[in-house]
Design a protein around this ligand. Structure first.
Ligand code: NIG
Ligand code: FE
Length: 385
């Protein structure tokens, strides 16, 4: 059954050939959806007939947000850690251990219910594609369990056994890397599309460049594609490693040298910025303008997790990107849609074009600009014709 969506004051397609500017905006537009895919896009006056009609009443319609970085399989709460950070305690990843303990102690059903709640929360704010990482289990069985649960809500599952060195391996990081690249990878590779590593020599809990290289190389040999937590707390080796190994995305990119920016500009790796983390850790924001001006492909994602940033809201990240990182509203919206799709190497999401998935978001506003103009207001919802 086909449905024509009309009354679209402003349609963001992300296809410059279809409309105006970076976002390929079509005014007074219509979209025909058929069998979960987009069958027609264009000015409303040319719209073909369809079996059903939905009139959105002069609102803006966008591709659903693609949240390409989240950690949603966990139990417990770190509100006290957040409160301490707001009073000046710096973030170094040390709190991850408390989430690992709570997650290991939680039954499957509790983790599944908490995960489903967060995915519902995201969807209610316009996110239609989400990547979900493991990384709060850190044993063979617990990482596999997290990935099985993640696989119930998304195909974009990421094995993050190398999140931090768990307490039982304190002082023996090399032994833990052997576990991650050996039996843990063997159990988790069939359950994941991606492998990730928290490459951060400045954190006593995370992994240096050599360990990160070992993890990523083993993952690639096991058939996984690569993404990297890179340069979050310091200008470490993560970004250049990500580019060298052909990772789809280098995430955080908060502390960059000129060599990092050059590598990103010359390679095929997307820089994924997570400004909710800087907000929630009271840290300086990444220099988005430097990346955009160098021609680096940029994505925005939430990094939703109980520690460094517990927001599920892509609109909030868009508002931060505009206000705090000086991205234009169009750049921020593009990064939250097409940028996220590129970071996940997907061409079927992040755009409104014939053949793409019919993942549409409607704003309770006439223009995409309102996402930043009206911060904190729940304007976006996914449209299910
Ligand atoms: O992306 N940096 C490492 N991992 C997460 C935080 C996880 C946590 O603090 O629980 C991040 O910021
Ligand atoms: Fe993260």
């Amino acid at each position: 059954m086909s449905t024509v969506v009309t009354g679209i004051a402003e349609l963001v397609t992300n296809e410059p050939g279809l409309g105006d500017g970076l976002l390929g905006v079509v005014a007074d537009a219509a979209v025909v959806v058929d069998g979960g895919a987009i069958a027609w896009v264009g000015p409303a006056r040319w719209a073909p007939d369809a079996d059903a009609r939905v009139d959105v009443g002069g609102r803006a319609v966008l591709p659903g947000f693609v949240d390409s970085h989240s950690h949603l399989v966990f139990a417990g709460d770190r509100a006290a850690e957040f409160e301490a950070r707001m009073a000046g305690t710096p973030y170094d990843g040390g709190g991850i251990a408390s989430t690992v303990a709570a997650t290991r102690a939680a039954p499957d059903d509790a983790l599944r219910a908490a995960l489903a709640r967060l995915v519902r929360e995201m969807r209610a704010q316009g996110t239609t594609t989400v990547e979900v990482k493991s990384g709060y289990g850190l044993t063979v069985a617990e990482e596999a369990r997290a990935l099985r649960l993640a696989g119930e809500v998304t195909t974009e599952t990421t094995f993050l056994g190398a999140h931090v060195v768990p307490p039982e391996y304190t002082g023996r990081p090399d032994d833990y890397v052997d576990l991650v690249t050996g039996p843990m990878l063997a159990a988790c590779a069939p359950l994941a599309r991606w492998i990730d590593v928290f490459c951060e020599p400045a954190s006593p809990h995370a992994f240096d460049g050599d360990a990160a290289r070992a993890v990523l190389t083993a993952g690639r040999n096991a058939g996984l594609e690569l993404r990297v937590h890179a340069n979050q707390l310091s200008a470490g080796p993560g970004v250049r490693l990500a580019v060298e190994l052909g990772a789809a995305s280098a995430d955080h990119c908060t502390h960059l040298t000129d060599a990092d920016v050059d590598a990103l500009a010359g390679g095929g790796t997307v820089a994924t910025l997570l400004p909710g983390v800087e907000f929630a850790t009271r840290s300086p924001y990444p220099d988005a303008r430097r990346l955009l001006d160098a021609g680096v492909p940029v994505a925005l994602a939430t990094d939703c997790n109980p520690g460094s940033c517990f927001t599920s809201s892509m609109p909030f990240c868009i508002a931060l990107a505009v206000r705090e990182m000086r991205m234009t509203p169009a750049e921020a919206v593009r990064a939250a849609t097409a940028g996220g799709a590129a970071a996940l190497r997907r061409t079927d999401v992040g755009r409104v074009a014939v053949g793409a998935r019919a993942d549409l978001v409607v704003l309770d506003a006439p223009s995409y600009r309102h996402l930043a103009y009206r911060p904190g207001v729940p304007l976006a919802r996914s449209l299910e014709p």
